[in-house]
Structure formats: C-alpha cells, structure tokens
Design a binder for this molecule. Sequence first.
Ligand SMILES: O=C(O)[C@H](O)[C@@H](O)[C@H](O)[C@H](O)COP(=O)(O)O
Length: 224
Amino acid sequence: MNLRVFPTAQATAAAAAQAFAQAAREAVTAHGAFRVALSGGSTPKLMYRALRNLPQVPWKAVHIYFSDERSVGPDSPDSNYRLAHDELLTHVPIPEAQIHRLEGERRPLEDAARDYAARLPEQLDVVLLGMGEDGHTASLFPGTEALKATGRVAANWVPKLDTGRLTFTFPEINAARARWLLVTGAGKADVLRGVQAGEGDYPVARVQAPLWFLDEAAAANLGR
Ligand SMILES: O=C(O)[C@H](O)[C@@H](O)[C@H](O)[C@H](O)COP(=O)(O)O
C-alpha cells in the first residue's frame, strides 16, 4: 500500500491539504486546470479547513466536483456540498461556475446521476475519498447495486441506511489520474488490515492504486 501516516487526524488533514495545493499547481502548469472530486466525512472536513488557509492555491483554475452525495438539498446539514461550501468554497476565490454539485434533491435520483455524468470532464485529476467502518467509499456500500454499475455516476439504494445516495462508480473513480483516501481513527484499523491482507469483501479494496493518508490510529494494524 502507498501509505502516508501522520501522528493525528489534524496532521493527516494538513498533509492532504498541502498535497492538494501541490497537485493543483502541477495540474495547472501541465494542462491549465485542476479538476478534483471532493467527498464527505470527518477527515475531509478537517482538510477543507486546512486548505482554505493555504497560500498559492490556483483557485481560479480549480474545478470542483463531488464523488458522492446524500439524497438531500444543498442547504441540508447532511449535504456533502454544504460541508465543502461552508468549510472551504465560501472562503476561497473560486469562480461559482466551476463548482459542480450533485443534485441530491432531484427525484428520481437516477436523473441527477445521468445529468451529472454528462457534466463530468473527460478525466479528473484527483478523486478525494473517505472510508467507512464497513469498508464503503464514496457511497459504494457493501452489497449494494452500484458496486456493479458500469456508467460514471449511479443512484444507489442503501438498505442499511434506508436511503438513496448518488455516487461515482468504480469505473469513474479508477479512471481519474489519482485517488486519495483520507482515513483516520481507531475505528478504521481493522478494515485497513483486512484490505492490506486481501481479506473480506470491502468495496474500498476496489479503488485502484490509492494514495492513503492515515493517522497512526487508523494505521495501527498495518504491516509497514
Ligand atoms: O458522504 C459520505 O458519507 C462520504 O463521502 C463517505 O464515503 C465518507 O467519506 C466515509 O463514510 C468516511 O466518513 P468519516 O471520515 O466521517 O469516517
């Protein structure tokens, strides 16, 4: 596994923010824009806070997408867009037209998935992801239909949450130039050990060549 391990969640988030800034500069130099998909979750939230204070991020050339969304509107406290907006996007000089949110309030959700797929660029530079304690990533939960989806974006019914989600599919995640997984906390240590050992059937194990940003607590059971 390609691991970067830091003492605390805060340090992990700060390192991921630095990596974001550097990747953005490199992408803008190479092809004039940085196209990145954001996620929800506790570690991304810390990263967004770190990122808004960093200098030298070429925000005017950054294009924001989302790797998943809950089935709620942009004002909901559960909205991944709202998290990114409140913690990051409202604090930086990014043109509004370059922020592409998933329409979690649309019904059927399939329509939102179809329209979002049509708006996606040919290739994303970086997809930022978290991981749940059941091994889900984006909104690709164990045993759900979207694990098999072949399009770019899927509407996914998640029985254990009794709700629908919008999510990038594995083909979309794996087509990006890079995939970063931000995972912190002792609650994630067992799943990570299983992923490393090739045990269990964790959705996150299907993310190809990820770069892992971990804290010591999450990495505790890994062979390094
Ligand atoms: O919308 C979501 O819920 C996320 O995109 C999801 O995939 C998240 O990243 C993981 O559940 C990890 O969340 P934590 O970092 O809060 O554990």
